[in-house]
Design a protein around this ligand. Structure first.
Ligand code: PMP
Length: 435
């Protein structure tokens, strides 16, 4: 009997024994094409020799140094590399061990910043409906994914949630894309005014919504208006790029394509590319300065932050993404994947929408393509697709609850950037067969 506590407690999953490029191999020798990169994690595939070498070299030199006393060479190098490519104004990197930790750090930093600048009455966050920002209590409590929150609701802080920018369903007839973007963004201003601008710390959102909606980018102009609103009311703009960051959408930071700079950015998944658990919270120089010149101490921290081996792995990953041309490859192969999806599913009776950017693509699964009517939730479409694809040797990321947490299904694709033309065809073929 296995003593592992699996996520889905009713069935024991197969045992993965080896990774080979974009494939995973289990103990029975079955090969799975990793069409979602785990969950948008494995951007470089499963057996990158450069990352392995960097980790190996670092273990030989130094495996751990507590950041309460010392920083380390790979952590410094990683921070320099991230800042060299970060949006304007972002100047500091706080390393953590994963996505939820990055979001927790962002929330606490934002609150502490408000205290440092004398705005102690600011105690609330605004996020978007359906959003997922992590499973720790702070991140879960800020996100708008109701079924995940529900059992823990009494333990959580209160955040409010506005409609997401979800063109496929929320853009009205006769409305241009730009008009819709403005209307969707203005919901933030309405909410700030409703709860009182003096009470709001920050607005938290994913530039391209990943797991809960299936690679949904905001329409043009949305985030520019969001930035204006945040500036007007002294609200911090926190972008969660845990899933969509690190080249996934074809630029190192997803928000580059929205042409804005946030105050805080969270990254994780693709940063360690699956080689090490690592995440980071990046912030504007002004936020750091307020703390440095104020109390001088960020009231946060975990034992493993800035871990040297994790930092060395991530430093090698970011070097490959930037200098090694992997971000450019994500953009190029992402277009190829998009073309292949349109060719296969463009007229499919049960695919309502094909969307995304770069190597981050989503398909909306509907009962009827013309009316966009979703399947009845009792059909369990997403769960069945996941199971069928897995049987067919494809790991993809179907989810239900796209529309209101209960209704609607989609599948998210986020393969490693090293995927070849032939492998894209294999992925799309396996998905089609499974659907
Ligand atoms: N934010 C987003 C947008 C995510 O997609 C996730 C994970 N799916 C998280 C935060 C939490 O990251 P982790 O699972 O590494 O804690």
């Amino acid at each position: 009997m296995s003593h592992i506590f699996p996520r889905h407690c009713k069935s024991a999953p197969p045992v993965a024994t080896r990774g080979d490029g974009i494939y995973l191999i289990d103990s029975e020798g079955k090969r799975y094409l990793d069409g979602s990169g785990g969950a948008a994690v494995s951007c470089l595939g499963h057996s990158d020799p450069d990352v392995a070498q960097a980790m190996h070299d670092q273990i030989d030199r130094l495996s751990f140094a507590h950041t309460g006393f010392l920083t380390s060479e790979p952590a410094e190098s990683l921070a320099d590399r991230l800042i060299a490519h970060a949006p304007e104004g972002i100047e500091r990197v706080y390393l953590v061990s994963g996505g939820s930790e990055a979001v927790e750090a962002a929330l606490k930093l934002a609150r502490q910043y408000m205290i440092e600048i004398g705005q102690t009455q600011r105690t609330r966050f605004i996020a978007r409906k359906q959003s997922y920002h992590g499973n720790t209590l702070g991140a879960l409590g800020t996100g708008g994914n109701m079924w995940r929150r529900e059992p823990f609701d009494p333990l959580m802080m209160s955040a409010s949630h506005i409609d997401p920018c979800y063109e496929y369903r929320l853009r009205q007839e006769g409305e241009t894309e730009e008009e819709y973007g403005l209307r969707a963004a203005n919901a933030l201003e309405d909410e700030i005014l409703r709860v009182g601008p003096e009470s709001v710390i920050g607005f938290l959102a994913e530039p391209v919504v990943g797991a809960t909606s299936g690679a949904v980018p905001a329409v043009k102009g949305y985030f520019k208006r969001i930035r204006e609103i945040c500036d007007q009311y002294g609200v911090l703009l926190i972008l969660d790029e845990v899933m969509c960051g690190m080249g996934r959408t074809g630029t190192l930071f997803a928000c580059e394509q929205d042409e804005i700079s946030p105050d805080i950015i969270t990254i994780a998944k693709g940063l360690g590319a699956g080689y090490q658990p690592i995440g980071a919270m990046l912030c504007a120089g002004a936020i750091y300065e307020a703390i440095a010149q104020g109390s001088g101490f960020f009231q946060h921290g975990h034992t493993y932050i800035g871990h040297p081996v994790a930092s060395a792995a991530a430093d090698a990953v970011v070097r490959k993404l930037t200098e090694g041309g992997m971000v450019a490859r994500a953009a190029k192969m992402g277009e190829r994947l998009n073309d292949a999806l349109h060719a296969e599913f463009g007229q499919h009776p049960h695919i309502g929408d094909i969307r995304g950017r770069g190597m981050f693509r989503g398909l909306e699964i509907v009962a009827d393509r013309d009316s966009k009517a979703p399947f009845d939730p009792s059909r369990g479409i997403a769960g069945r697709l996941k199971k069928q694809a897995f049987e067919n040797g494809l790991i993809c990321y179907p989810m239900s609850g796209t529309i209101d947490g209960q209704t609607g299904d989609h599948v998210l694709l986020a393969p490693p950037f090293i995927i070849s033309d032939d492998q894209i065809d294999e992925l799309v073929g396996k998905l089609s067969m499974s659907l």
